[in-house]
Design a protein. Structure first.
Length: 456
């Protein structure tokens, strides 16, 4: 059929068997037998082909009363941090690489009422406007051609952090205080991020703008490539007065730009021009100024420009362009997480419930990414979305001269190109093809008992 692919029952049985094996280390961390029984059902439910994967439909599908599963997710007495620790160890063992990348990003979750923990009118990137929503800070890990979410923290607005009544109603722990988004992101990097081998930390301008975050990462010897506004102030380390990144880029002669091709693995090459310079950026105290690297990347297709400040490590321009391109991998991870495991489909109000749900959903996502990697190693066509992993083997065009590169952490590969005029094609940089993902239909269970299964 055009929009679905049927697979052999044998393949589904093998997948179910791998799910049982996958869950075993996590189940050992759950103290109660009831939790060990409900955890596989909830994670399996994240993969079901249902209109909405919230607690009640999952319970109904399994012939269970809603209350038990609701208590497990919303108020279960288990340490979801220990589950994320185990997940990070698994990710590191399965796809960890020295040149791995930690990707920082926030995500909004629209809520209709004001009672869910952390909800208020605030900017929701998913909707592109201010809306009643919750905000979470996330870290994704990209390495060896794959990307997956590995850690998260709910943002607690200042109005919530200072409201004892609402904190009590939503069971916010007493040690949780108000922190800005970038402070939460720093905690994630310096916490579970240390469980994952990586060389770089990347993020958009929400993380590049705060000087304190860049200085904190520098202090802890974390290399970073963080996006900033085009008008970010800087002065060249070789001398000169203060100017903006945009003004410097506009005045740069054409001969100073180098051309690269960034491959996304699906729609062919994307031509970019890039340049870098060693710079100083403003600090309140001049004695705190230190050299950083300004990186400017211009997309010739749609005249987009990205500006970054990076740790001054002596890395080549080619390496910095490769790392900067990896930042977009978090969009792929969220597409898969929300589309395929229902990361944004939940009806819990408490602090514990939010982190339980996010942890279990990230575990389901990691299982899908792991399955995709397994099927690729077995030389079988992957039924899972291509957003988390794609081939690096696309041949460059006849005008492209490829150079030897270390493996890209995700599906972006940077190739050095000879100078060429920019293209007038205005197509989007990243395009997604048809999405096909494993769903359990009817009563596929963790015991290996299967009926028909489809890949939608």
């Amino acid at each position: 059929m055009k929009d679905e692919t049927r697979v052999e029952v044998k393949d589904v049985v093998e997948t179910v068997g791998r799910m049982t094996e996958f869950l075993q280390p996590y189940l050992e961390l759950l103290p109660r037998a009831e939790h060990r029984r409900l955890c596989p059902l909830y994670i399996e439910g994240r993969l079901r082909n249902m209109p909405r994967r919230t607690i009640e439909p999952i319970a109904t599908e399994n012939g269970l009363p809603r209350r038990g599963l609701q208590r497990f997710v919303g108020a279960g007495c288990f340490d979801d941090g220990a589950l994320r620790d185990e997940m990070c160890r698994q990710v590191a063992a399965s796809m960890g690489a020295p040149n791995g990348v930690l990707i920082l990003d926030g995500s909004g979750f629209q809520k209709t009422g004001p009672h869910s923990v952390g909800t208020q009118r605030q900017w929701c990137g998913r909707l592109g406007k201010e809306e009643q929503c919750q905000l979470g800070e996330f870290v994704a890990y990209a390495a060896c051609g794959s990307v997956t979410l590995v850690d998260c923290q709910l943002y607690l607005p200042e109005s919530w952090a200072s409201d004892g009544k609402r904190r009590d109603e939503c069971h916010v722990p007493s040690d949780v205080t108000f922190k800005k988004g970038w402070e939460l992101a720093a905690d994630l990097v310096l916490g579970r991020g240390r469980l994952l081998p990586h060389r770089w930390v990347v993020g958009d301008e929400n993380y590049g703008r705060p000087v304190k975050l860049r200085d904190l990462l520098h202090k802890h010897r974390e290399r970073y490539v963080l996006e900033v506004m085009h008008d970010a102030k800087m002065r060249l380390a070789c001398g000169g007065g203060w100017t903006t990144a945009a003004a410097w880029a506009e005045a740069l002669p054409k001969s100073k730009w180098q051309r690269f091709t960034v491959r996304d693995g699906e729609k062919g090459p994307i031509s970019v021009r890039a340049a870098k310079a060693r710079v100083y950026t403003p600090r309140k105290n001049k004695r705190d100024e230190r050299p950083e690297v300004l990186l400017v990347v211009h997309n010739d297709r749609d005249s987009k420009t990205w500006t970054y400040f990076a740790e001054d490590t002596g890395a080549s321009l080619r390496e910095l362009v490769r790392v900067a391109a990896c930042r977009h991998g978090v969009e792929q991870a969220f597409t898969m997480a929300k589309g395929d495991v229902g990361l944004d489909e939940y009806e819990v109000r408490s602090w514990v419930g939010w982190h339980h749900h996010m942890t279990l959903s990230m575990m389901a996502l990691w299982f899908l990414v792991r399955e995709q990697r397994t099927l690729k190693k077995m030389s079988r066509p992957s039924p899972f979305p291509k957003c988390a992993e794609s081939s690096h083997s696309s041949s460059p065009s006849s005008a492209t001269t490829a150079t030897s590169l270390p493996p890209s952490p995700i599906s972006f590969v940077v190739l050095k190109l000879p100078a060429a005029p920019p293209t007038s094609d205005g197509a989007a940089d990243r395009r997604r093809g048809p999405r096909r993902v494993l769903r359990w239909t009817k009563k596929t269970t963790m015991t290996g008992s299967t009926n028909a299964a489809q890949f939608n």
